[in-house]
Write a protein that binds this ligand. Structure first.
Ligand code: HEC
Length: 156
């Protein structure tokens, strides 16, 4: 499977390259190879959480201090890759994407515990479990069901 995927990737990049080259012959400005900011494949790992892990509930779900504590931890440990307030950084993707926001708390906890080491997401199993659950609360507080900028309450 992996070999096929790699071969496919190589073929695709050759195709892309030839298109780019063909285009650059016609115009002075060749298109810049900007990396797409959003790629659903990045989040595929969340889908791999075993059912038991996925169904775990967050023991701090009703802890009123968990989100604030998670925000501090995030700033210290995660923001260098995932960017300010998890909006995405140079090394790590945004955690406001639907894939993360729609994942169960248990699945996010599982990712923190196991990492995605081969892709640069470290293992956080050394962080005490309550801290990992605080991070889950914080990440979950960033999107999904949270109201957007203009909340109904602000309407007259
Ligand atoms: C050294 C950089 C780095 C740090 C530090 C880091 N991450 Fe990540 N993280 C990544 C990368 C890269 C990915 C994408 C992995 C992939 O392609 O599957 C990722 C992915 C994720 C995902 C999505 C899982 C998925 O499907 O890929 C979550 C959730 C996440 N990180 C949470 C965190 C949290 C919380 C912290 C802090 C405790 C953290 N990360 C620290 C680099 C980092």
């Amino acid at each position: 499977m992996k070999v096929t995927a790699a071969a496919l990737a190589v073929c695709t990049s050759f195709l892309a390259l030839s298109i780019v080259l063909a285009q650059s012959q016609n115009s002075d400005k060749s298109p810049t190879g900007a990396v797409p900011k959003y790629d659903p494949a990045i989040y595929a790992e969340l889908q791999k959480a075993p059912e038991k892990a996925r169904n775990r509930t967050n023991p701090l779900q009703n802890d009123p201090d968990a989100v604030a504590a998670g925000a501090v931890l995030f700033e210290q440990r995660c923001a260098e890759c995932h960017g300010d307030a998890a909006r995405g950084g140079k090394k790590g993707p945004s955690l406001r994407a639907a894939e993360v926001q729609d994942a169960t708390p248990g699945a996010v906890f599982w990712i923190l515990t196991n990492g995605v080491v081969r892709k640069g997401m470290p293992v956080w199993s050394k962080l005490p479990e309550p801290q990992r659950w605080q991070l889950v609360r914080y990440i979950k507080s960033l999107g999904g069901t949270a109201p957007p900028a203009e909340s109904p309450a602000s309407k007259p």
